[in-house]
Design a protein around this ligand. Structure first.
Ligand SMILES: Cc1cc2nc3c(=O)[nH]c(=O)nc-3n(C[C@H](O)[C@H](O)[C@H](O)COP(=O)(O)OP(=O)(O)OC[C@H]3O[C@@H](n4cnc5c(N)ncnc54)[C@H](O)[C@@H]3O)c2cc1C
Length: 404
């Protein structure tokens, strides 16, 4: 959606295909980092963005048995106004971007259009085949020809597979089970917090929604069968033990069907493109949930792609070298973030899920607590990431007061 908005602002004819009828997907991430908020301001959309329902995350902290919380990222130490992470349901953010993009005459969004295959001419990708869902009206099939196809179809990308691109998988020690718990009226005013709770071989995070908590239960990969075999009552006990403050409402988990299992993946394509097709976002690199960076990295890819590709697209002459330039620009930040995630997996989650520590290793927390350089760098690294992108000149607008 971001790439569509940016290219349309450059005057490129752009069509976004979305297979679903809306963006309302439960259990999607919330974290809009400072790099993305700054970008939204550069696009002149800051006022409308800030009017969306959201809460502010001012720091990231870990609980330490007997020692309270250790803050690993104090965003308040960053320069305002980009000194927080916005917690916002992904569907609100996508609806907002879609509304802004719809104002550009060269932008088209086709909902309920599922890309199924690539169209080729010789060795070059020349478009996508799609089918519409149509429901009772009956679906149709068609081909959309294009000078460039960008696969932004997520971590199970159909188009990446159709192009013969295979990602390299990295091992991940845990999976996540998402579910909801009610949020009482008296808890409404609370500021967002995602302090994880740790116990022997399990962990839990809670994201704030308007009238419920989005809970993520983390346990070793392969434990889905164990959870199902143990049954709902045992799962409620796990939740209550991890979050005694929420134990009064675990009965709202009526069955294990209320759990949404996320098979966590971390992978990356060696080559993000073939002639006529480029992969970005999760289609090029699925991210671990550690750090909540997936949305933001995908958006940074989109900005880099728009900046580098709008001129050749306007000339209608996109070469393979142009696509390679996008990968060159975005590979380093992706590798850095995924490497940090893999280190965190090894340092925190592998020992936790092996039952060796009840939380992050003390050595790691000592460094975070006592090394001033780390304390200074960490919030910036989390909030902006390596090589944050800025809006290209052609996409910048002065703040539009009616941008809602
Ligand atoms: C449960 C969960 C929680 C997460 N939490 C966070 C978080 O807190 N913070 C964060 O930054 N990241 C989070 N992430 C990761 C983040 O959602 C992704 O990294 C990010 O959305 C990637 O963006 P994308 O545009 O590349 O792909 P996606 O967001 O996956 O978008 C792909 C889109 O393409 C559509 N699509 C798929 N196939 C087709 C097709 N064949 N034809 C047409 N349309 C298609 C999909 O419906 C979808 O709308 C989470 C992910 C999950 C699954």
């Amino acid at each position: 959606m971001m790439l569509g908005l940016l290219l349309a602002r450059a005057g490129v004819d752009v069509t976004v295909l979305e297979k679903h009828g809306d963006f309302l997907r439960d259990f999607r991430g919330d974290t809009v980092h400072a790099s993305t908020i700054r970008l939204i301001d550069e696009l002149g959309l800051g006022d409308g963005f800030r009017r969306l329902p959201q809460s502010r995350l001012n720091n990231v902290a870990f609980p330490i048995p007997g020692a309270g919380l250790v803050t690993v990222g104090d965003f308040a130490s960053l320069k305002p106004p980009y000194n927080y992470i916005a917690m916002m349901p992904q569907w609100d953010f996508l609806d907002f971007l879609a509304t802004q993009a719809a104002r550009e005459p060269s932008f088209t969004l086709l909902m309920e259009h599922e890309a199924t295959e690539l169209a080729f001419d010789g060795g070059r990708v020349t478009g996508v085949r799609y089918r519409t869902r149509g429901g009772t009206r009956g679906g149709t099939e068609g081909t959309l020809h294009a000078d460039l196809v960008v696969a932004t179809d997520g971590r199970h990308s159909v188009l990446r597979r159709a192009a013969g691109l295979r990602p390299k998988d990295y091992p991940v020690p845990f999976d996540t089970w998402w579910f909801k718990l009610p949020r009482h009226a008296s808890e409404k005013g609370a500021v967002a917090g995602i302090v994880p709770a740790f116990r022997d071989r399990e962990a839990m995070i809670a994201l704030f929604r308007d009238d419920y908590y989005q809970m993520g239960y983390l346990a070793p990969k392969g434990d889905n069968a164990r959870i199902r075999a143990e049954g709902v009552e045992r799962f409620r006990e796990h939740v209550a033990a991890l979050r005694p403050d929420l134990a009064d409402r675990v009965d709202s988990i009526s069955s294990l069907d209320d759990l949404h299992w996320l098979d966590v993946r971390l992978d990356r394509l060696r080559r993000w493109y073939v002639d006529g097709l480029l992969c970005i976002g999760d289609a090029a690199h699925a991210m671990s949930p550690v750090g909540g960076v997936g949305i933001n990295l995908a958006i940074q890819d989109a900005v880099a792609a728009a900046s580098l590709l709008a001129p050749p697209l306007l000339r209608r002459n996109v070469r393979v070298q142009d696509l390679a330039a996008v990968q060159r620009r975005r590979r380093m930040p992706t590798v850095v973030v995924q490497t940090v995630q893999r280190i965190m997996h090894r340092a925190v989650f592998v020992p936790l899920f092996a039952g060796k520590t009840p939380g992050p290793p003390p050595a790691l927390l000592f460094v975070v607590r006592h090394a001033p350089v780390v304390r200074r760098i960490l919030p910036r690294l989390i909030a902006f990431g390596p090589r944050p992108e800025h809006a290209p000149g052609f996409a910048r607008r002065l703040q539009a007061r009616d941008a809602t």
